[in-house]
Write a protein that binds this ligand. Structure first.
Ligand code: ASP
Length: 334
């Protein structure tokens, strides 16, 4: 039986949940020495669901997801709905419409989604489409592929009823003209900036899904892609274990496949907080230049525990639990 059909069957029998709760491998069915250290995840006792968490202080987006989950929406729909709030917010200069352009003046967006059954979709370098997280879902559901780029993704969008929009706003045009005066290209994430939105949702059934959407680095090189649309880097979900999402310097996140790493650390028994800390510390240990860039992670496990960690102060995670949306100032390495 392959993994996906196991999960499907397990959801009818409850076997998958029981296996996750005891740390018994769902793939082999046999216990493994590593798993002796696996902490028990009390899935059945999770009274906190539904839960939504997201990167940065995106209050409205996270509340939108939380309320949708409360009213019975599934985790994937809720995560994409939260992303749409920021994609359509033209004041947000790092996501969707109004996002900063590349160095040639073109706004190109990246996004991905991952569902509780392990399916995923992504789009990169997409112009003229605002809701790219929803478009990533179209790739996942309507094509045999995981990732589509540029005009291929844009054409798919039109076929599925997405509207063509000019993503450059008056304000982002002005900032770009200003930037052109020096054309200084230092790919350093401003730690005070409100950046990529990554959203992790757990619905009333206890299923976890996520979405991540961004315009990437401001004034990036043409064709540059960061971590955000890369499954395993900007986002990763394993519904038996939990999920993680990233923001910050994409190149550093990709080098350590950060979100996948966090989920694997949780599989080995770390709490979401411990796993986020270990993933940040791995980057710090490998890169003496870490004082010059920000990386931040958020994570959630199957028991409904959450965590976040970052290199520099100034990052916050939003958390919606028990009908309450709150901002959590994240502890930083520095
Ligand atoms: N991670 C994004 C990227 O590298 C940027 C961000 O989160 O601000 O494209």
């Amino acid at each position: 039986m392959n993994r996906r059909s196991f999960i499907k069957n397990a959801s009818y029998t409850g076997a998958g949940i029981a296996a996750a709760a005891t740390g018994i491998s769902c793939n082999s069915g046999a216990s493994h020495p590593d798993q002796e250290q696996v902490k028990e995840i009390s899935v059945k006792n999770n009274k906190n669901k539904p839960i939504a968490i997201c990167t940065w202080g995106f209050t409205k987006a996270n509340e939108t997801a939380g309320k949708a989950l409360d009213s019975g929406m599934n985790a994937l729909d809720a995560a994409i709905k939260a992303c749409a709030v920021e994609e359509e917010n033209i004041k947000n200069t790092t996501v969707g419409k109004g996002g900063a352009p590349d160095r040639e003046g073109n706004v190109t967006l990246d996004a991905c989604v991952m569902d509780s059954n392990g399916d995923c979709g992504a789009v990169v370098c997409v112009e003229n489409i605002t809701n790219v997280a929803a478009l990533a879902r179209v790739v996942m559901e309507k094509t045999p592929h995981v990732m589509l780029a540029a005009t291929g993704a844009e054409e798919l969008a039109y076929k599925h009823g997405f509207q063509r929009e000019d993503l450059l706003t008056e304000s982002s045009k002005k900032s770009y003209q200003e930037w052109l005066k020096t054309s200084e290209y230092k790919p350093i994430i401003n730690i005070e900036n409100h950046d990529t939105i990554g959203v992790l949702c757990m619905d009333k059934n206890g299923d976890i899904a996520g979405a991540c959407t961004t315009s990437g680095l401001s004034y990036k090189m043409k064709g540059r892609i960061g971590d955000s649309p890369i499954i395993g880097s900007g986002l990763f979900i394993d519904n038996e274990i939990g999920g993680a999402a990233a923001t910050g310097m994409g190149e550093e996140i990709m080098k350590t496949v950060g979100s996948f790493l966090i989920v694997e650390l949780m599989r080995q028994g770390k709490s979401p907080q411990e796993a986020c800390e270990a993933a940040v510390k791995r980057i710090v240990a490998k890169n003496p230049n870490h004082t010059n860039f920000q990386v931040a992670y958020i994570a959630m496990n199957k028991a409904g525990e959450t965590g976040s960690y970052c290199i520099h102060p100034g990052f916050a995670m939003m958390e919606y639990k028990n009908e309450h949306n709150k901002r959590i100032e994240t502890v930083s390495y520095l």
